[in-house]
Design a protein around this ligand. Structure first.
Ligand SMILES: NC(=O)c1ccc[n+]([C@@H]2O[C@H](COP(=O)([O-])OP(=O)(O)OC[C@H]3O[C@@H](n4cnc5c(N)ncnc54)[C@H](OP(=O)(O)O)[C@@H]3O)[C@@H](O)[C@H]2O)c1
Length: 274
C-alpha cells in the first residue's frame, strides 16, 4: 500500500473511520460488541493503520472500543482522535472549543485510549462562540506539554486553516469530501500545496456515492464494487488524500481494502468528472 506522511509519522493511504462501530446514530455501545472489536482488529490487519475516532463518538464508546480491540498498540498504528464537540443527545453535535473543555477532553481521550501522548489530535470543529485562536492556542499548549504529538483541524474553510497555521504547526485537515461532495476542493488544493494530509470524511458520501449512476456504471465496467471505485477515485485525486472509510461490516471492510491498487485510467476518471 502506498503511504502518506502525517508530521513525522508515516501511515498507509487508507485509514479506518471508526465512528460506525458504535451504536446506531453513533450513540451508545454497539449492538454487537464482538463484531465491533473484530472489525477494528481486522482493519489493522488489513493495513488500515490510521484509526480515526473522536471523544464524541458514543460519546466515549468509540475510543474505549479501540483500546479494547488494539491495546497494547502495534508500533505502526496511529490513532487520530478529535475533541471540541459535545453530544447532549444522540441528535445533537454541539461545538465546545473553550480551552478548559479542550484540556479536559484531551485528558479524557488519553485515559480512554490508554495513551501517554495522542499521535494526531484534531479540533473537531471551530466553535463560533469561542475565538478560534483560543481553541488552537489551548491545543498548542497541550502539545508543548507532551500530551499531543501532532495537531490537525476539521471542518475548516481556507481562512480558518490559515489562521490555525499561524497559531500552531498543523499537519492535517479533515473535511467532508467525496465523489458526491466536492465543496472542500479549495481546502484540498491548499493542503496539497502545503504538503499536509487531507482526510476526507464521508469518503463514500455516507454510502450516497455508491448509488451515483456514473459510479455504478464504472463499477460494472471494471468488475469491481462501487465502494472500490469511490475510494480509488479519492486516492487518484491527490497525493495528500488519506480516505477514512467507515463500516461496521467485516465484508465491507475487506471490500474497501481492495480499493488499494485499483488504478483508474484517464478514460475511467473522465466518466466520474463533476
Ligand atoms: N470530522 C467530522 O466532522 C466527521 C464527520 C463524519 C465522519 N467523520 C469520520 O469519517 C469517517 C467516515 O465517515 P462515515 O463512516 O460516516 O461515512 P462513509 O465512509 O462515507 O460511509 C460509511 C457508510 O457506507 C457504508 N459502507 C461502507 N463500506 C461499504 C461498502 N463496501 N459497500 C456498501 N456500503 C458500505 C457503511 O455501512 P456499513 O456499516 O453497512 O458498511 C456506512 O453506512 C467516520 O468513521 C469518522 O471517523 C468525521
Amino acid at each position: 500500500m502506498s503511504t502518506i506522511r502525517i508530521g513525522d509519522l508515516v501511515v498507509n493511504r487508507l485509514g479506518f473511520g471508526a465512528m460506525r462501530v458504535c451504536g446506531p446514530q453513533v450513540w451508545g455501545p454497539p449492538r454487537d460488541r464482538k463484531n465491533a472489536v473484530a472489525v477494528l482488529k481486522r482493519a489493522y490487519a488489513l493495513g488500515f493503520n490510521l484509526m480515526d475516532t473522536a471523544d464524541s463518538y458514543g460519546p466515549h464508546v468509540d475510543e474505549e472500543l479501540i483500546a479494547e480491540a488494539l491495546h497494547p498498540y502495534p508500533e505502526d498504528l496511529v490513532i487520530a482522535t478529535k475533541g471540541g464537540l459535545l453530544r447532549p443527545t444522540a441528535a445533537q453535535w454541539v461545538p465546545d472549543g473553550r480551552p478548559e473543555h479542550l484540556r479536559q477532553a484531551v485528558d479524557g481521550s488519553l485515559r480512554r485510549l490508554k495513551l501517554e501522548r495522542i499521535d494526531l489530535y484534531q479540533l473537531h470543529a471551530p466553535d463560533p462562540k469561542v475565538p478560534f485562536a483560543d481553541s488552537i492556542g489551548a491545543l498548542a499548549e497541550l502539545q508543548r506539554q507532551g500530551k499531543i504529538r501532532h495537531l490537525g483541524v476539521s471542518n475548516v474553510d481556507l481562512a480558518k486553516l490559515e489562521e490555525a497555521r499561524r497559531l500552531a504547526p498543523i499537519v492535517s485537515v479533515q473535511n467532508a469530501y467525496s465523489l458526491v461532495d466536492r465543496s472542500s476542493e479549495d481546502v484540498l488544493v491548499a493542503c496539497e500545496k502545503l504538503g499536509i494530509a487531507f482526510l476526507p470524511w464521508y469518503p463514500l458520501g455516507a454510502a450516497a456515492a455508491l448509488r451515483a449512476a456514473s459510479v455504478k456504471a464504472l463499477a460494472v465496467r471494471r468488475k469491481v464494487s462501487a465502494a472500490q471505485i469511490s475510494l480509488a477515485w479519492l486516492l487518484s485525486r491527490s497525493p495528500v488524500m488519506l480516505p477514512i472509510p467507515g463500516t461496521a461490516s467485516l465484508a465491507h471492510l475487506e471490500e474497501n481494502a481492495g480499493a488499494v491498487g485499483l488504478e483508474l485510467s484517464r478514460e475511467d476518471l473522465a466518466t466520474l468528472a463533476d
